[in-house]
Design a protein around this ligand. Structure first.
Ligand SMILES: Nc1ncnc2c1ncn2[C@@H]1O[C@H](COP(=O)(O)OP(=O)(O)O)[C@@H](O)[C@H]1O
Ligand SMILES: [Mg+2]
Length: 411
């Protein structure tokens, strides 16, 4: 028998339940009151597997979908196959059925269902099954980590990292943390109007003590679904770390946060390289000039070599179209790097100046702007959601058109 005390608390995950009977609805309701579920967000609705198929036809899926199935096994399987077609990468499915059927169980496992519980289910078994998805010996990490760094200093990589994290948290409703790794000069605290007493420094100077509980204390809430691990932004100490310094932080965050955004300073130290190489996704922010082009090329080539089985680093243009500045055209830049950009953000001194002076995000000042659209597009791409198309055109063709327009006006 599993005793209650051996069940690990759930990480910050979103769970959606589609029940069919009031018995299961009541157990789920009771489970939400349990201390181990405190970090999880649970939504409950009627509808069973048909309801789930309906709900996710066009909407992103949460970390876990729990489905109660009353009916016939083969009908359940065919609906699950339909659901699989609209499931995001990493979404887990837990089924609560009403028949104790080994063949059905095997079929479900073969399809990647995390577990099959037979009703009536008690609260502890339900929580235990959810917990095992994330903490069991075969559990995959919950989090997707994204490292954002600039091809040059001052190109806006921190600004992009903060707005990206905010957009993932707000518009995609995914629990997100932003980690400010610019220890002496970081601006995440300023950008989110926070001045916490603790942050990444505590973890960096005592990596041996880092675990999920310690990380929990270093987090500062800065918006719904969004936390910050702030930099000390002070020069009292120097920050020469060894390569593995941030490994425990990265591991602990991966085990508990669905989205992790690292704001990496423009450095090439052992530890900065390690964080970037270890991330699931890398975004290189570049402004359209020659030094950026050379550096972005070096970064992309080096990182692609160091992580041959991961997605190539993504290139994001920022501060494009600064009046009177000669620029390298995006198309040329991309061709030189053999890399299609994931987005392009124009230079807008007023918008970005106001945001940084007020400690606000672009989504708070201009939620309907092209700039915010670019952040949403970037967020979707990085979180593994289906590519958004603007009408029938791809993002790149739209960018090309915008650039052609600009070139025509200049001529
Ligand atoms: N698209 C943009 N248009 C105008 N100013 C920008 C833009 N992106 C960033 N900035 C400004 O550039 C400055 C440097 O940004 P920051 O994010 O600190 O760069 P980095 O982290 O790459 O050094 C900030 O003042 C920021 O507000
Ligand atoms: Mg920065």
């Amino acid at each position: 028998m599993m005793s209650e005390s051996t069940i690990a608390p759930l990480p910050y995950v979103a769970i959606q339940v589609f029940y069919e009977t009031s018995g299961v609805a009541a157990i789920v309701e009771e489970a939400t009151q349990d201390r181990r579920m405190a970090k999880a967000q649970i939504r409950v609705q009627a509808g069973g597997v048909v309801g789930a198929v309906e709900a996710y036809r066009d909407a992103p899926t949460p970390n876990v979908i729990v489905i109660e199935a009353m009916g016939d096994g083969s009908v359940l399987l065919s609906h699950l196959d339909q659901l699989a077609g609209s499931c995001d990468e990493g979404t887990r499915v837990l089924v609560i059925g009403h028949v104790n059927d080994v063949l059905l169980y095997r079929e479900l496992m073969r399809r990647g269902v995390s577990d099959y519980l037979v009703a009536p289910v008690d609260v502890v078994s339900f929580i235990s099954a959810l917990s095992a998805i994330f903490t069991g010996p075969e559990a995959k990490p919950v989090g997707r980590s994204i490292a954002v760094l600039g091809a040059k200093g001052g190109v806006g990589s921190s600004t992009i990292a903060h707005n990206l994290a905010y957009t993932i948290a707000q518009e995609m409703a995914v629990e997100t943390v932003i980690v400010d790794l610019d220890l002496p000069f970081g601006t995440a605290g300023l950008d989110f109007n926070q001045d916490p007493p603790q942050g990444i420094m505590e973890a960096a100077f005592d990596p041996g003590r880092v675990d999920v509980n310690m990380i929990e204390r270093l987090l500062t809430r800065c918006a719904p679904n969004l936390s910050l691990i702030a930099a000390p932004s002070s020069l009292e100490r120097v920050f020469d770390f060894s390569a593995e310094t941030f490994d425990p932080v990265c591991d602990a965050l991966r085990a508990s946060m669905p989205a992790i955004v690292y704001d990496v300073p423009h450095l090439w130290t052992a530890w900065a390289r390690q964080v970037v190489v270890g991330a699931d996704e890398v975004v290189i922010v570049a402004a359209p000039d020659l030094a950026n082009l050379r550096n972005a090329k070096n970064l992309i080539d080096t990182l692609a070599l160091a992580r041959p089985n991961d997605p190539r680093p993504r290139l994001l243009f920022n501060q494009v179209g600064l009046p009177k500045r000669p620029e390298i055209a995006a198309a040329e830049f991309s061709k030189a790097l053999e890399c299609e950009p994931v987005g392009m953000i124009g230079f807008d001194a007023q918008l970005f100046g106001a945001a940084s002076n007020n400690g606000q995000m672009i989504a708070e000042i201009q939620p309907k702007s092209k700039t915010q659209e670019a952040f949403l597009e970037l967020a979707r791409t990085l979180m593994g959601r289906q590519e958004v198309r603007i009408g029938k055109k791809t993002l790149l063709s739209t960018l090309r058109e915008r650039f052609a327009g600009r070139a025509n006006r200049a001529a």
